[in-house]
Design a protein around this ligand. Structure first.
Ligand code: F6R
Length: 608
């Protein structure tokens, strides 16, 4: 969605804001703007397009200063125009603000203001907010923001400059993320941590309804009742190199290559040779764990596919009744959720609006809520009973790759841990699986090293318009994920299907122009999937198989085979997803697509 950054200090604000906006372009990028104090005036600049367009315009205007706010927009209300780009101002230009989120009741507020004589120049909810703020302000911004919050429905992170106050900026948030970064004689705010990393690792995650005043000297924060808060300062353990491309042409390729390290660091100190132990992080009592009857996993997109993989492992290793839901569905239908439910919410960003709403629903119904996220301090992390973090570092490419790997790792740790606590898994089996888990980082790295073969595969099929991805069992969600990766970054139509379902409809699509990519490890369903390959081959579809090392048979059926190292059936998704990520990457590259910033997509979907 939109990205916000604010700065006050000694540095050149234009440089800090552009650096931050570039690091946040993954959140949304159809237009951009900034406002800054230049000498004794507030200057505003906005452009349609990428941050680079704005940068050119800002240099031409000779903008310079030490206090300002910036915004990258992903349009929700109103088209992609300069008028709709942020920052927005009231009619007098006294208040200038940037916004991330959606104010749901903005039409009512706009009507109210129009009756009072206000005129609007944009179609946005944000312009309504700044007009309303101007009317509420009576000389004290904290008071005005407390009043404003009573009026607004929806989600917002707002950062505000006031013409009468050249000393700093103000913030308020509810439903959309905002982090303060604390430096020495300089301070920052941003929608996410990466823009802060070049300058500071001391951050304050603002809570729901918090208001902040930020100057060079420091930050003051008040809660939603207006009471002052003691700053809860966290030290982030990410460093700036993690948010750079590190010599790779794209973040996505860098992040695919980091996956061995992600599995390794996510396992670290959670798994030993004897098994999995999460008791340092999950302070669950035996009684509590035994009281759960069902386990709900709720997520969106790629996180949902990671959850579907884990559903199979959890059903195998625990006696819980496991179900997986898409968050936007879960929240609107009747779900039997109660105190006997462990509800797990999987979200790399921890800011996905539907996943957060689903969590609130489950929690309200009495479930014990656990987040699996990459974002410490995110809304999800702060609202659940417990969190298990992936140790993936910042993921900048819009298409999720290494966080998928991290999510799988954490979900498997959870499955093995619950299996142990509830007695669903024998000690011998646990040791065997833990050993295999510890081998995974090496096998992941060995799989990534086969990139060249996938690149040749991409060269052969990059011109095709439609693909079918098939898999069974653990490989079915991987087929879904492979298809999703291909469509989102290369804009090629791809369907993911359970291989056994092909006969029930999609087989009608097949001909010699529709390649069928089949995920077929040497597992218990191997022969069944092989039959599906034969069915597709009989319809003249080119067959691509993602198989296991040493499987000679596959090449007699498939036109192109990529193999991955052997692992236990339950762990095959960790490896078979990699050729599909690389395939999507290379097809997108051959088709000249904007790999890290695919059109219409944003990294975290903070609106419903
Ligand atoms: C796909 C992708 C999305 C996200 C989805 C959920 O590559 O990135 O499908 O997986 O938007 O995002 P999180 O995990 O942040 O809740």
């Amino acid at each position: 969605m939109c990205g916000i950054v604010g700065y006050v200090g000694e540095r050149e604000v234009v440089d800090v804001l552009f650096d931050g906006m570039r690091r946040m372009e993954y959140r949304g990028y159809d237009s951009a703007g900034m406002a800054l104090w230049m000498e004794d005036k507030l200057e505003v600049i906005r452009e349609v397009g990428r941050v680079a367009e704005l940068e050119k315009a800002a240099h031409e205007r000779g903008l310079t200063g030490h206090l300002g706010i910036g915004h990258t927009r992903w349009a929700t209300h109103g088209g992609v125009t300069v008028e709709n780009a942020h920052p927005h101002s009231d009619e007098t230009g006294r208040f200038v603000l940037v916004h991330n989120g959606i104010v749901e009741n903005y039409l009512d507020l706009r009507e109210e203001l129009e009756h009072l004589g206000d005129r609007f120049v944009s179609e946005t909810d944000t312009e309504v907010v700044v007009h309303y703020l101007a009317r509420l302000y009576k000389g004290d911004m904290r008071e005005a923001l407390l009043e404003l919050q009573k009026k607004l429905r929806g989600s917002y992170a707002l950062v505000i400059l006031l013409r009468d106050d050249p000393n700093g900026f103000f913030c308020v948030r509810r439903g959309s993320p905002l982090v303060l970064g604390l430096g020495d004689g300089e301070n920052f705010c941003a929608s996410d941590v990466p823009p802060l990393l070049p300058y500071t690792r001391s951050v304050v995650y603002l809570d729901e309804g918090d208001i902040a005043s930020v100057t060079r000297q420091g930050a003051s924060v008040w809660d939603e009742t207006g009471s002052p808060k003691i700053l809860d300062v966290h030290q982030v353990d990410w460093d700036v190199s993690m948010a750079d491309k590190g010599g790779y042409p794209h973040f996505m390729l860098k992040e695919i290559n980091e996956q061995g390290a992600v599995v390794r660091s996510t396992l670290k100190s959670r798994v030993t040779e004897g098994g999995v132990d999460l008791s340092d992080e999950l302070l669950w009592t035996e009684e509590q764990v035994r009281s759960w009857r069902s386990l709900h996993i709720v997520a969106c997109g790629t996180s949902y596919y990671a959850s579907l993989v884990a559903e199979r492992a959890l059903s195998k290793w625990t006696d819980l009744d496991v179900r997986v839901d898409i968050a936007s569905e879960y929240r609107y239908r009747t779900v039997r959720t109660d105190e006997k439910t462990l509800a797990v919410f999987v979200s790399q960003s921890g800011e996905t609006a539907d996943t957060i709403a689903a969590q609130r629903l489950a929690r309200g119904l009495g479930a014990h809520c656990l987040a699996i996220t990459n974002a410490r301090g995110s809304t999800l992390d702060r609202e659940v009973h417990d969190t298990l973090l992936l140790k993936a570092g910042p993921e900048i490419g819009v298409a999720a790759t290494k966080t998928f790997m991290g999510q799988l790792t954490v979900l498997y740790l959870l499955a093995l841990y619950l299996g142990r606590l509830r007695g669903g898994i024998s000690a011998v089996e646990e040791v065997r699986l833990a050993e295999e888990l510890n081998q995974l980082p090496y096998k992941v790295e060995a799989t990534i090293a086969r990139e060249e073969s996938v690149q040749h595969l991409a060269e052969r099929y990059a011109g095709c318009r439609d693909f079918l991805f098939l898999g069974r069992g653990y490989s079915f969600p991987i087929a879904l994920e492979g298809a999703l990766k291909l469509k989102e970054i290369s804009y090629v139509h791809a369907e993911g299907y359970a291989a056994g379902e092909m006969k029930h409809g999609p087989i009608a699509l097949l001909d010699d122009k529709v390649p069928v990519v089949t995920v077929i490890p040497r597992d218990s369903l191997y022969e069944k999937t092989l039959s599906n390959i034969q069915e597709a081959k009989a319809r003249r579809s080119p067959i691509v198989a993602i198989g296991t090392d040493g499987d000679e048979l596959l090449s007699t059926y498939a036109d192109y085979v990529v193999t991955v190292p052997w692992t236990d059936e339950a762990f095959t998704p960790f490896l078979s997803v990699i050729p599909l990520q690389l395939f999507a990457y290379h097809v997108a590259k051959l088709r000249n697509c904007d790999i890290d910033k695919p059109r219409n997509l944003a990294k975290s979907v903070t609106v419903e």
